[in-house]
Design a binder for this molecule. Structure first.
Ligand SMILES: [Zn+2]
Length: 465
């Protein structure tokens, strides 16, 4: 496609910025429309800012948003400014909007780096326009709806994208036979990430998505399993097998609700393997972290810098895990001080659907014994939300917290709205029966108890958000 001339570029960029400004003024979020307008005026306008930027595109079924956050954090920790697109705007036009709105009027980039989350099917449209330095594929799983055949189609879509971007470094999950196979028959340079062995991970084994050997069509055998179809796969017939990862977790030393400590082997690190602290909990975030380190290496960010940055990476509103409770969405946010709590309230009150809130407060060692911070926390904001239909309160300090909530208006119109509970399992059962999405807002030790109760019912479905 021809490079746009200066006038076309200015018109296209200007219309993108103005459309977005107007939409925001009128209170409409419209993430796609500015991009649609811009690309209508000049189909190749993205090539203008993209030429001056180091762009990494992240796609795959699970972990895209977190992996993007981690890569962006590694880049900024290394002292560079970085554009990060909002999840939810990960189709062509949303990406175009974000990219063009981050430039000056002539389309010159303000950021040297961009980390762009991209929908799997949109990859093939996006990459020819922006020519990313790297394409990260986190993993491929089928959703419930496309259980049969769907994931193979997704793989084909991604492959088309890869074939249209021969100069991009591919960052692939070595343990996933699907994403790993993307390196076959393409000229791209490849960096792989994964677990060196099972390293104590015990996820559910489910080989339905594994597919068959791309060389000869045989079923895979496995030397080890980590989760679902991820692991040490190999073809018993022709010898095609998992490739050694360049960034590999060699051991998981500690896991808790606040994160994990692992040993990681990464090309370019001074100590090999070196100890790595990852400040997000759950095993799937260890995979996401290794993907992020591999992506950083592809962008020539020093490996040690990238690895160190994982110790203080966070999602914008604190840690967040999502659980699927037999079709009911639960989101857990750790809250342990007024600032974090208020941020969480901003998040949970920002949606247009009814929900339940579960507030848990303990005052044990690990929480801090002093709970006076609840007095200065803006529970009024939470209780004032008309979408909040039910509040469960639990924990050692449930009484104090309920009193505070009552003062904040929790039961002003409806005595039934708030209930003090004593059994975490019972709360989980109620959430399941009521069927409403729920936000779980525990502090540290109560989070352990709540998580346990949730995991009992959701099983391993918490593995990837
Ligand atoms: Zn084979």
């Amino acid at each position: 496609m021809k490079k746009p001339n200066k006038l076309q570029t200015v018109l296209s960029v200007a219309s993108c910025k103005l459309t977005r400004a107007v939409l925001r003024r009128t209170g409409r979020g419209g993430t796609a429309i500015p991009g649609i307008v811009a690309l209508k005026l000049s189909g190749n306008v993205l090539s203008v800012p993209a030429r001056g930027m180091n762009i990494v595109v992240v796609t795959g079924t699970n972990g895209k948003t977190t992996t993007c956050n981690m890569i962006a954090h590694a880049i900024t920790s290394a002292g560079h400014e970085c554009l990060l697109n909002k999840s939810g705007a990960n189709l062509l036009h949303g990406i175009a909007s974000d990219l063009l709105c981050s430039t000056d009027w002539q389309g010159r980039p303000k950021y040297p780096y961009a980390v762009l989350e991209c929908d799997e099917a949109a990859l093939k449209q996006v990459v020819p326009l922006i020519r990313p330095k790297a394409i990260v594929v986190t993993n491929l799983f089928s959703d419930q709806v496309d259980r049969y055949g769907g994931v193979q189609n997704t793989l084909k879509e991604i492959r088309t994208g890869v074939e249209r971007s021969p100069r991009s470094v591919l960052v692939l999950n070595a343990d996933d036979p699907l994403s790993s196979s993307l390196s076959l028959n393409v000229p791209n340079k490849v960096i792989r990430f994964g677990m060196d062995q099972a390293v104590g991970v015990q996820g559910n084994i489910d080989l339905a998505d594994a597919g068959t050997c791309p060389e000869c069509g045989s079923e895979y055998e496995y030397d080890f399993h980590t989760y679902a179809h991820l692991g040490g796969f190999r073809c018993p017939k022709c010898g095609y097998k998992r490739q050694e990862p360049d960034v590999a977790v060699v051991s998981i030393d500690q896991k808790d609700a606040l994160g994990s400590t692992v040993h990681m082997r990464a090309k370019g690190c001074v100590a090999d393997p070196r100890e790595v602290r990852i400040s997000l909990p759950a095993v799937y975030n260890i995979y996401n972290a290794s993907a992020a380190v591999a992506a950083a290496i592809a962008l020539r960010i020093p490996a040690d810098q990238a690895v160190s940055s994982l110790a203080d990476v966070k999602s914008s509103f604190g840690r967040l895990e999502t659980f699927d409770l037999e079709g009911v969405r639960l989101q857990m946010i750790l809250v342990k001080n007024p600032a974090g709590c208020n941020q969480a309230f901003t998040y949970v009150t920002g949606f247009d659907e009814d929900y339940t809130a579960v507030l848990c407060l303990n005052n044990r060692t690990g929480d801090g014994h002093d709970i006076s911070w609840i007095e200065t926390t803006d529970y009024e904001k939470l209780c004032g939300d008309p979408h909040l239909k039910k509040i469960y309160v639990i924990g050692d300090c449930a009484g104090e917290l309920a009193a505070r909530l009552e003062k904040a208006g929790a039961v002003s119109e409806d005595r039934e709205r708030m209930e003090i509970m004593s059994d975490y399992d019972q709360i989980v059962q109620r959430l399941k029966t009521e069927g409403r999405p729920a936000f779980l807002l525990p502090n540290y030790t109560s989070m352990m108890e709540l998580r346990q109760a949730v995991s009992k019912v959701t099983g391993s479905r918490e593995f990837w958000e």
